[in-house]
Each structure stands twice: as C-alpha cells, then as structure tokens.
Design a protein around this ligand. Structure first.
Ligand code: ADP
Length: 242
C-alpha cells in the first residue's frame, strides 16, 4: 500500500460568517517537501496555514496527518508543528532567553537553557539574550519568533510571511536556516510575497486566489525567469503582488 502523505487536505472549506476564506481545497503534502504559497491579500493563505497547523478548524472537509484524521490526532503529533505567524507569541517583560526557556519547558525540551542559547546564536540575538523583548525592534521580535518555532525541532514548519521586518542579513540567515531544515528532511509550508526567495527554496509552488488553489506545479516545472508574469496573470493584475 502506498504511504499516506504527511498531510492531506480533502475538500476543506473555512467560512467566517458569510465569507468563505477557503473553498473546497484538496492538497497532499509529502514529507520533506517545501511548499511555497503565493497569492494576493485575502486569498485565504493565512487561513490555510492556520487550518493545517491546527490553530483553527475547517467548517467542512477533512485533514489527515499521516492518514490520521485531525480530530483523532494525538498531542504528541501536534508537538511536531512549528509555527511562525504574524504574532510573535512572546511575553514583553521577559528577556529573549526567558521567553525561549518558557516555551522550551512547555514543549518538554531537555536542556532548555542550552537549547535557547543555541537558537539565539542562530538568529543572531545571543548578545541581546538578557534584554526584555519589549525593547526589541520588529525584526528582532521576528527573529525571536523564528527561534521559538524551532526550539522543539519540529517535523513540520508553517511560516506565514516570515521575512516581514527582517533586514537583508537576517533574511539571508533565515533562508540558510530553512535550507538546513530541509536538509534535515523537515516538511515546510511557507506563505510569502517574495516570489524569488519562495522559488529558490520551494519544491512545490502554489498560487491561491479567492480561497482556491489556482496554480500548482512541482518546482522543476516552473521557469523562474517567467514566474513573475505567470503569477501576475494568474493572481489577477499588478495589485496582486501585495
Ligand atoms: P491571506 O492570508 O491570503 O491574505 P486570509 O486567510 O487572511 O488571506 O483571509 C481570507 C479571507 O478570510 C479574507 O476575506 C479575510 O478577511 C477573511 N478572514 C480571515 N480571518 C478571519 C477572521 N478571523 N474573521 C473573519 N474573517 C476572516
């Protein structure tokens, strides 16, 4: 029997009142893949990531993780998720290190202090480790958020516009971190407006519009030099880039 995909969506719909944010979406996500999800504002990208990472339930349809329906999922499987979203999920008055140690203890990570320091070095915040995060810039908070999401060495990483607020050095560092994660056979889904970086990392390319997947290709089938015009055509005019 063929192995079930790591994550499978079957006819997933998500409504907020009269707004259908995600409409009848089906998608298989194989282990070790990197799916880049592009699309204009309001396309349903963030909602899709929230559904996949179990932060919100679909109105109808099914999600299977290694063939197991989401409703029957053990907590141990949920702890395989790492999420980087628009909210940094940090406590303002705690230092960067204290924040990471707190999350490490929640996730049951051993040697929390050492693991926190290891990740703070990775995101280049080690020298600021004892400063309260309320004194951090947006980009620094984003780096804490990246470190927090990786603390427990998650098997599936969901990233919603993770490059927002990062300067070019921090952006390059995040790209390296993501490459490292892929080498470790992690499965990654990333929503981004950065077509170039998305294509550089992706093994599969998705464009969403109005709650649907309107474009899906394996990366090898995508001509990077022509992708921007393909994107603008598919997603609907220049305003789609935002
Ligand atoms: P994207 O990430 O592609 O910009 P979203 O998933 O954030 O799109 O939003 C898709 C649609 O769902 C939008 O019309 C948005 O206004 C709506 N939506 C998203 N989250 C909520 C919510 N919590 N309550 C009501 N409407 C929402």
């Amino acid at each position: 029997m063929e192995k079930a995909p790591l994550v499978a969506l079957r006819g997933v719909v998500k409504r907020y009142g009269h707004v259908a944010a995600v409409k009848d979406l089906s998608l298989d996500i194989p282990e070790g893949s990197f799916t880049a999800i592009f699309g204009p504002n309001g396309a349903g990208k963030s909602t899709l990531l929230k559904i996949l990472s179990n932060q919100t339930r679909p109105t109808s349809g099914e999600i299977l993780y290694s063939g197991v329906p989401a409703a029957k999922l053990e907590d141990s499987f949920r702890s395989k998720f790492g999420v980087i979203s628009h909210q940094p999920f940090v406590y303002d008055n705690l230092s960067a290190k204290e924040n990471l140690e707190f999350y490490a203890s929640l996730y049951g990570v051993k040697n929390a202090g050492a693991r926190a320091c290891e990740l703070l070095k990775k995101v280049d915040l080690y020298t600021r480790r004892d400063d309260p995060v309320r004194t951090f810039s947006r980009g620094m908070l984003q780096r804490v958020s990246i470190a927090r999401a990786l603390l427990h060495d998650p098997a599936i990483i969901f990233l919603d516009e993770p490059y927002t607020g990062l300067d070019s050095v921090a952006s390059a560092s995040l790209t390296n971190i993501l490459r490292e994660q892929l080498e470790g056979r992690k499965t990654i889904l990333m929503v981004t407006h950065d077509l170039k970086t998305g294509l550089e990392l992706a093994s599969r390319v998705v464009i969403m519009k109005k709650g649907r997947i309107i474009y899906f290709r394996e990366r090898g089938e995508v001509d990077a030099s022509a992708f921007e015009s393909v994107y603008l055509e598919q997603a609907g005019g220049p305003e789609a880039a935002g």
